[in-house]
Structure formats: structure tokens, C-alpha cells
Design a binder for this molecule. Sequence first.
Ligand SMILES: Nc1ncnc2c1ncn2[C@@H]1O[C@H](COP(=O)(O)OP(=O)(O)OP(=O)(O)O)[C@@H](O)[C@H]1O
Ligand SMILES: [Mg+2]
Length: 299
Amino acid sequence: VITVLCANPALDITYRVDRVTRGAVHPVGTVHRRAGGKGANVARVLRQLGEPVRLVAPLGGAGGEEYAADFGPGLVTVPIAAPPRSSVCVLDEHATVFNEPGPELSPDEWEAVVAAVLDVRTDVLVLSGSLPGGVPVDAYARFVTAGVATVIDAKGAVLAAALAAGPDLVAPNLAEAQEILGTDDPYACAAELRARGARGAVVSSGPDGLIAATAAGTWRARPPRVLAGNPTGAGDALTAALARGLAGGAAWPDILRDAVATSAAAVGCETAGEIDPVLHAELVDQVVLEESDVADHHR
Ligand SMILES: Nc1ncnc2c1ncn2[C@@H]1O[C@H](COP(=O)(O)OP(=O)(O)OP(=O)(O)O)[C@@H](O)[C@H]1O
Ligand SMILES: [Mg+2]
């Protein structure tokens, strides 16, 4: 089974309006509410792929109940006092997003989250997204040192603090890697993430695909074409596919082809946390994979 931790879950609320005007009152046409947070998107993709998955999330109040009802099977709720935050997306021709910070967890509540994650034997643990308040910035490191195979999709200080513990795989996008590493070359970023402790690193760059640096080699994998659609959640689909590949013990070239096809197939779906299976099947054999000699990139 794959366990996904969504430490700071959010109810995603989408308001569709004709046009956003600053300072004006807007009648909202349709309102859509669903269980969100990056971990929830990862778990939904895994569930769609038929992979046994549990999503662990700290949830309280009526908002927590709404979240659980919307997510459905596979959710392990860790009861806490506070309801989840909301993330409000106002959609006209653009998507304008307002992310609340979320509740602060007490030390006991966080210990209950850790226990819920580690109590069940897991093939791969996915640590995805931000940490709630009240939790130490190096909280992800604790799961890595517990000996579970971990895939981490995080950014900033949370990602930086997790590296030294030696996670199996980190998968930030290029901007997130650049923010903590100070270089904008994806090969250099992937190599540096390994130098800082990760056993493997995947650095994604939207339609340009990804660079993967692992103990077995370094690869670039690209989708065969740029897809039009909704790229939000493509990174979460990528994380899901990487976790599934690691859990299945596939070879890196196969994992990467599948991961690029899966993430590109997410762009074809309007909602984050879903992939288009027909598009996935069509793309998987067309992914452009090149193994690279790391020395090529350090001239
Ligand atoms: N327009 C696109 N066309 C084809 N493939 C895409 C496109 N956008 C993204 N992808 C695929 O999805 C992967 C992840 O995308 P990206 O680097 O944008 O992730 P991200 O910024 O972490 O996204 P998010 O965190 O919003 O889910 C890319 O490596 C690529 O394989
Ligand atoms: Mg991402």
C-alpha cells in the first residue's frame, strides 16, 4: 500500500464568475467545493490508477466531516480540534487563488498524525505539500529516518530540512528547486539535491518534462508535445506516478516514461487529481527519454 500524508489539507472552493474587477461586488454563478491539498490530489490519482492507497490527514469540525465525505474511501482521519483551511480559487479567464494558512496543531495532535502514518506497514510514503503551524520545519525528516521509502514533494525550508535525512526521492519543480539551491539549471539542481542528501531527485519543468538524477543514472524525459489544458495538479500526478513506480520496483527509464505520461495526462483533465487514461496510454510510448552523461553538464 502507498500512504500519502496531507499534513495541511484544504477544502478547495472554486467560484466561477464572468470577470473579476478589483473592488467590485461579484455575484458567484456556480460554487464547487471539494477535498483538496496536494496530498489529496496525489492520492486521488493513485486511487484512479487502481493502486491501494491511504490518505492520512488531520481534520476537525464540520469542515473535516465535509472533507471526509467528499474524499471518500481511503481517507484515514486524524481527529483534531480545528476545521481544515479553505483555498479559494476565483475563476474567470484566469485562476486567482487565495490560500489560507490552516490551523495550528498541538504537539499531541501532531504525534497522533505521526502515529497514524507509521502504524501501518507501507511500501512507499508520499509527503506532499506544506506543513501546518505548530509543527517543526524538519518534520518530514522524522518519517525518512523511520526507515520508510519516502517521496517528498515540498518546497522552501521544509524541503531543505528533509534532504539531509536521505529521502529516496524528492520531486520539486524547477522554480522550487531554484529557490533553495540558487541555480536555474535543472541538471545542476537535480545533482545538488542528491549532493544534499536525497538518494534520487526529479526536477520538473512543466511542458519541458523533467530531469531525474539517481544512483543508476541521469535522464531527461519530455512529453512528445505541449498539451493545452489545466496544468494545476500535473506535479501531483507526477508524484503519484513516481511513488507507484518505486513501490512496484520498476527500472528508472520505465518509471520516468510512465511518470511523464501520467503528469501530461493530468493536464488534459479540468480537475486536479485526475488523469485522462486514454491520453496516458497514447503518450507513454511517445515520451522522449535521453540518458545523459552528467559530465556533459559541467563543462
Ligand atoms: N502543458 C504541458 N504539456 C505536457 N506535459 C506537461 C505540461 N505541463 C506539465 N506537464 C507534465 O507535468 C509534469 C509536472 O509539471 P510541473 O513542472 O508544472 O509541476 P508543478 O509545477 O509541480 O505542478 P503542481 O504543483 O501545480 O501540480 C512535467 O514534468 C510534465 O511531464
Ligand atoms: Mg508541484
